[in-house]
Design a protein around this ligand. Structure first.
Ligand code: HEM
Length: 120
């Protein structure tokens, strides 16, 4: 049997979108980070984040947003804020009962962008 991509193990784009939607629900309830998203079109944000996670987990999806460095440049995001965002994603993955192996693989993938996103 051919090996499944992480995208497939997560259940594809619809499952990823459901997790991302929940993830931003947690982000917007967190005063440490929600200020960053005050003027952001969240529908577009959810769509781009869904595309991004789908693409980096091996899905047949084209990400149409900016690269991670350009998207976050000048925001002054620090490590504590980065960790808070990663924790909200972890919580959303748990709430959708994504198995631990897949959850860790997603978080490892996201952690690999820390250097491009954190600048403070
Ligand atoms: C944890 C890893 C992260 C990933 C994978 C990620 C991913 C993304 C993606 C895909 C976009 C869309 C870019 C576009 O539409 O061109 C974006 C935008 C954005 N991100 Fe992140 N992000 C991460 C962490 C963070 C953190 C820690 C913060 C702030 C605390 C943050 C704040 C924002 C904001 C405010 C935007 C909207 C920019 C705009 O549309 O004006 N992100 N991010």
């Amino acid at each position: 049997m051919p090996e499944q991509t992480l995208y497939e193990r997560l259940g594809g784009e619809e499952s990823i979108e459901a997790v991302v939607d929940r993830f931003y629900g947690h982000v917007m309830a967190d005063d440490l980070v929600n200020g960053y998203f005050e003027d952001v079109d969240m529908q577009r944000q959810i769509a781009h984040q869904t595309q991004f996670i789908s693409a980096v987990t091996g899905g047949p999806v084209e990400y149409s947003g900016e690269d991670m460095r350009a998207a976050h440049e000048g925001m002054g995001i620090n490590e504590e804020e980065f960790n808070a965002i990663a924790r909200h994603l972890n919580t959303a993955l748990k709430e959708f009962e994504v198995p631990e192996a897949e959850r860790e693989d997603v978080l490892d993938e996201i952690a690999s962008y820390q250097g491009a996103i954190v600048e403070a």
